[in-house]
Design a binder for this molecule. Structure first.
Ligand SMILES: Nc1ncnc2c1ncn2[C@@H]1O[C@H](COP(=O)(O)OP(=O)(O)OP(=O)(O)O)[C@@H](O)[C@H]1O
Ligand SMILES: [Mg+2]
Length: 385
């Protein structure tokens, strides 16, 4: 799951400098990976995909220039920022590395650490601007109303934000004509989808949402609430939606969108863009039949099976189709089944409390967390930067 802090791979043959960098970088909040040899460094870079590589070009096994060249030649690491941190001030070495695609060259000195700490955020920013880095988009939809889509969207977002506090999670309620997430989480601010869509696109940039999207107390996420009533929904400028979604995914690590049963011309482009498509399925016959139709349609619109996360939710009771019956009828593979939680969901929703806070020891709480993790992982896998 991409909930970790920024990770830095230090490839350095010198134990003292390796340890020093580890301590200092960790102090600054970075996760540090270490490789004392070039070969190990390459393997770690390809496997662990750090955000930045700090490379001492004088390694015991392979020359730094060769490491750099191999990083640049491999698709997985071709764009990763690399900073050379050398104990020698050698302009020939420096030029060779810089022309091979090294982003910067520092010399080990008393200022090296402060230079490096200044350089890292700049390189990350440049990289994300150049390569259009964006967060993971997870959409939640169902073929039929009342299957628990909104409750699950809010609670799964909460699990995600709760597990790793440094991860920025946003929820968008795009259910028309009335959103319900605001009600579930007890959101009281004025800002909502309709008010935001009325603003000029010049204002509603990624930076705007990063700074202004209200964070919901106790829910560990920021919310763009939905339309408060049908009258407001009528005023919604739907052609603004795509731009708003894009700006929010640029400024958050995870964006979870409640689409309800709103499979439409408006929601389809958002579904096509999503890294994970969570299809909430009830256990009754009519939902199963409708879900099959929806899934067939999504497939015809280019939604890949790998991005689909069919989630069975027993929202109405214990009875109904079994998982395998549901799979047969819907033509999907159910990834997880959430049990019937009797009145618990309603009680938690009425009190605007997350399920995992209200019922921390309930087994369904663990299933919910598992769903949150699996969906995030699926989104990670299909995500292209
Ligand atoms: N696993 C569950 N166990 C018990 N009750 C549930 C479960 N999941 C959802 N519910 C209840 O089902 C009802 C519908 O939930 P929710 O509003 O989240 O569904 P929805 O699919 O978003 O509905 P809508 O079509 O109105 O948007 C709520 O009263 C909720 O408390
Ligand atoms: Mg709903």
């Amino acid at each position: 799951m991409n909930t970790n802090p920024i990770s830095i791979l230090v490839i350095d043959g010198d134990a003292v400098s390796r340890n020093y960098l580890t301590v200092m970088l960790r102090k600054s909040g970075y996760a540090v990976l270490l490789a004392p040899l070039g070969r190990e460094g390459l393997i770690s870079a390809w496997k662990d995909r750090p955000d930045i590589v700090v490379l001492d070009p004088e390694l015991p096994d392979v020359p730094g220039l060769e490491i750099l060249t191999r990083l640049r030649q491999d698709r997985r690491t071709s764009k990763i920022p690399v900073v050379a941190l050398s104990s020698r001030q050698d302009s020939q070495d420096k030029n060779a590395l810089l022309s091979a695609g090294c982003n910067d060259y520092l010399t080990k000195s008393s200022q090296a650490l402060s230079q490096l700490l200044e350089l890292i955020p700049r390189l990350l920013r440049e990289e994300s601007i150049i390569h259009g880095k964006r967060g993971i988009l997870e959409v939640f939809l169902s073929a039929k109303g009342g299957t628990g889509t909104s409750s699950l969207c809010a609670n799964i977002a909460m699990c995600l934000g709760h597990e790793k506090i440094e991860t920025r999670v946003a929820v968008m309620d795009l259910v028309l004509p009335i959103g319900s997430i605001a009600d579930i989480v007890g959101y009281t601010y004025k800002m909502n989808l309709v008010t935001v869509a009325k603003e000029s696109p010049v204002l509603t940039t990624a930076a705007y949402f990063k700074d202004n999207l209200p964070r919901v107390p106790n829910w560990y996420f920021h919310l763009l609430a939905g339309s408060p009533d049908p009258e407001s929904a009528n005023q919604l400028e739907v052609n603004r939606l795509d731009g708003i979604v894009n700006a929010i995914i640029e400024s958050y690590d995870y964006v979870l969108v409640d689409l309800g049963r709103g499979l439409s011309r408006i929601s389809l482009p958002i579904i096509q863009k999503a890294d994970a498509v969570v299809l909430v399925v009830g256990s009754d016959l009519s939902t199963a039949i409708l879900t099959r139709t929806v899934w067939e349609y999504l497939k015809s619109q280019g939604i890949d099976q790998k991005r689909l996360y069919p989630l069975q939710n027993r929202a109405v009771g214990l009875e109904g189709l079994t998982k395998s019956e549901l799979e047969k009828m819907t033509g999907t593979q159910i990834r997880l089944t959430l049990p019937y939680m009797s009145g618990n969901v309603t009680v938690a929703n009425n009190r605007h409390e997350p399920l995992i806070s209200k019922f921390p020891n309930d087994s369904s709480t663990f299933t919910l967390k598992e769903a949150a993790n699996q969906i995030a992982e699926l989104g990670q896998h299909s995500h292209t930067w």
